[in-house]
Design a protein around this ligand. Structure first.
Ligand SMILES: NC(=O)c1ccc[n+]([C@@H]2O[C@H](COP(=O)([O-])OP(=O)(O)OC[C@H]3O[C@@H](n4cnc5c(N)ncnc54)[C@H](O)[C@@H]3O)[C@@H](O)[C@H]2O)c1
Length: 275
């Protein structure tokens, strides 16, 4: 286990799924963790679990699409734990829809969280982490993109566009902060299907879209079904299925932790595949 004693970490979307596992792991490694999420009760519960296990954690209600709440979130890390060394931009939402049916409202809602929220997070984290910022000692920003930010999948056009944006934001931020001499590394993580609430919703959405041709409960027409993966949802969950190996949050958690080792200073603007 690496030692993150003395470090302060902030994790968005930490009330469940990958974010909760990342927060638990950071705390177990010794970091003091601020957890944010729109789901207050569940977020408080995860923070309490961490404290009950001997870690230091505080939950802050935080909608990543809201800039004022971002300022309050970053200030909480600084005020409560006295610094900010690690930001994990994990909060995200998924929507599966064929492009011919997508609405502007849907696009804006998804981009508000998956893209704008991550951008605003960089803005306020870098202000704190950069030299002469309130934390002032550099840091690490880790962005949850997705395999969907690297390859195309039918029904995931809007989500893929948002995750592709996160991938290139990561690269732009890494070179910008490097050029400015801020001592802030930025990396993106690209998981395949992970068994979380989002993973479950994605599978159900694919079934609704008729993406699994051999599934009896199809309600999309044959033409659309033919562009699917020709696999049932059950088969899709098996290791080696078309979208890659199945990962539980624990796997993402382990890989995320490695990103953050102080002896890996040269790892910056990289994409970490979890396929
Ligand atoms: N599950 C997968 O298969 C998968 C694969 C690749 C990438 N990802 C990415 O990993 C990240 C975490 O996914 P997950 O599977 O744990 O999802 P999840 O839906 O299980 O958890 C996401 C968390 O984010 C929170 N959240 C949603 N909108 C928010 C907002 N505006 N502000 C703050 N919190 C908000 C939710 O309340 C929830 O607790 C996401 O960015 C997702 O796109 C997931």
């Amino acid at each position: 286990m690496i030692d993150l004693s003395g470090k302060v970490a902030a994790v968005t979307g930490a009330a469940g799924g990958i974010g909760a596992e990342v927060a638990r792991t950071l705390a177990k490694a010794g970091a003091r963790v601020v957890l944010g999420d729109v789901r207050v009760e569940r977020g408080e519960h995860v923070a309490k679990q961490i404290r009950d296990a001997g870690g230091e954690a505080r939950f802050i209600a935080h909608d990543t699409s809201n800039e004022a709440q971002w300022i309050a979130f970053i200030d909480s890390a600084l005020d409560i734990f006295g610094g900010l060394d690690i930001l994990v931009n994990n909060a995200g939402i998924e929507q599966a829809c064929f492009l011919e049916n997508v609405t502007v409202a849907d696009i804006q809602a998804l981009f508000a969280v998956n893209v704008t929220g991550v951008l605003i997070g960089h803005k306020h984290a870098v202000r704190a982490m950069k030299p002469n910022g309130r934390a002032g000692s550099g840091g690490i920003i880790i962005n949850l993109s997705s395999v969907a930010g690297l390859i195309g999948t039918p029904g995931l056009g809007v989500y893929s566009a948002s995750k592709g944006a996160v991938r290139l934001l990561t690269k732009a931020a890494a070179v910008e902060f490097g050029r400015l001499g801020y001592g802030i590394r930025v990396n993106s993580i690209h998981p395949g299907l992970v068994e979380t609430e989002m993973g479950e919703k994605l599978l159900n959405d694919f079934v609704s879209l008729g993406m699994f041709k051999d599934r009896p409960c199809l309600h999309a027409d044959e033409g659309r079904a033919s562009i699917g993966h020709h696999r049932s949802a059950e088969r899709y969950r098996q290791p080696g299925a078309v979208s890659g190996l199945r990962f539980v949050p624990l796997d993402v958690r382990r890989r995320t932790r490695r990103r953050r080792r102080d002896d890996r200073q040269l790892i910056r603007r990289s994409c970490v595949f979890l396929e």
